[in-house]
Design a protein around this ligand. Structure first.
Ligand SMILES: Cc1ncc(COP(=O)(O)O)c(C=O)c1O
Length: 386
């Protein structure tokens, strides 16, 4: 029996007929661009995240890109972000010819370290600090970054926040006693409906949540090449529209999202128990939940990521045993070939570099059985004994 890293079949089984019917309805309607499915999804996601509005877009990457465009980010500007994330987080900054400035992460959560963010800003001279036009914290693997601290820093320097929520829809965070959802903390919340996310479509898609209706207006304008009416372009935008087929699928899935989060959380808890009982605590570090466990979703476990020194050997061993795992991410941004021009070198970001060598994501999807989880941990134990 093989155990994949992700299996999209279990949740699909229950919803397949409904999805096929809804997609057929969109096809038969011949309304293939924008339309009522998008409008309804935007309202539903805004309600789920507790934000004023939400604007459907073509992908999580485009959600980040269009948010930066709304802030008029361009040449000469600096955007601060984590050094350890999916490439899109940093790629969008360079695509606008702005400069990404990276900040190292917290070793327990893999999220941007607010203390290091503070130091980075304090070390900048006045001229450089004035060029900082945005901050992109990422809620990696399904857990919010330390947004209470990050908000204070951003407010202090008056820097807009674009949250990268691609992996964290519904994840919660305590801001001065108030529980707030990812995407309802900064100025923009950027989500991905990539099929592997907790709320995934049948292709690419994304959405941006906002608290200010003025920002939603600008996002809607930029989404359609900056045209208020066809062929009259007030500003430069792009084709960032969400496909109504994706919107209809996401709408069907949304009511099940909290139940899927629960299943992932249950699986994570069971792994934690199995690892704790396995006697492997010297060899394997299990994920830490930083936020209060009394919240409904302190972590939504888009990925269950362990740390281990012999990561590559373990991954190969598991593969031979029919167990798939993933490395998110093997190379921190400053070591990526395309960012060589920024002058980063080995040793600059020691926490990200160590994480890149040690992280391993294990299967945690809804539908994973306890038998499967027991097998995963048994094989990891066997690897360390042999
Ligand atoms: C942290 C992060 N940011 C951005 C993205 C980009 O999303 P998409 O693949 O929908 O463009 C992803 C998705 O993989 C992601 O995980």
């Amino acid at each position: 029996m093989k155990i994949p890293l992700l299996d999209l079949q279990p949740p699909l089984k229950d919803l397949r007929d409904e999805i096929v019917e809804a997609v057929t309805r969109v096809i038969d309607s011949t309304r293939y661009i924008m339309g009522p499915e998008i409008d309804s999804l935007e309202k539903e996601i805004a309600e789920y995240c507790g934000t004023e509005d939400a604007v459907g877009v073509s992908s999580g990457t485009d959600a980040l890109l269009i948010s930066l465009m709304v802030l008029d980010i361009g040449p000469g500007d600096i955007v601060l972000t984590t050094n350890f994330s999916f490439f899109a987080t940093a790629g969008v900054i360079s695509r606008l010819n702005a400069t990404p400035v990276f900040v190292d992460i917290n070793p327990e959560t893999f999220n941007i370290d607010p203390k290091k963010l503070s130091v980075k800003l304090a070390e900048m001279d006045e001229e450089k600090r004035e060029r900082v036009k945005a901050l992109i914290p990422v809620h990696l693997f399904g857990q919010c970054a330390d947004m209470a601290e990050i908000l204070k820093i951003a407010e202090n320097y008056n820097i807009p926040i674009i949250e990268d929520c691609a992996q964290a829809i519904g994840a919660e965070c305590n801001i001065d006693g108030e529980i707030r959802c990812a995407g309802n903390i900064g100025d923009f919340g950027c989500f991905s409906f990539f099929p592997s996310k907790n709320l995934g479509g049948v292709g690419d898609g994304g959405i941006v949540t906002v608290k200010k209706s003025k920002l939603a207006e600008l996002l809607r304008l930029k989404r359609v090449h900056g045209a208020e009416r066809s062929y009259y372009h007030r500003v430069i935008g792009g084709n960032f529209r969400l496909d109504p087929i994706q919107a209809t699928v996401i709408r069907i899935k949304l009511p099940y999202l909290n139940e899927w989060h629960k299943q992932r959380q249950k699986n994570a808890k069971y792994y934690n128990k199995l690892f704790t009982e396995s006697g492997l605590n010297e060899k394997i570090k299990i994920p830490i939940i930083m936020h209060s466990k009394t919240m409904q979703n302190p972590h939504i476990f888009n990925q269950y990521v362990i740390r281990t020194k012999k990561r590559d050997e373990l991954q190969t061993f598991l593969d031979v045993q029919g167990i798939s795992s993933g490395v998110y991410y093997p190379i921190p941004f400053h070591m990526q070939e395309c960012f060589k021009f920024l002058g980063g070198k080995k040793g600059d970001f020691p926490v990200s570099e160590a994480a890149a060598n040690e992280v391993l994501a294990l299967p945690v999807y809804p539908g994973l059985t306890t038998d499967m989880q027991e097998r995963v941990v048994e094989k990891i134990k066997l690897f360390h004994l042999s």
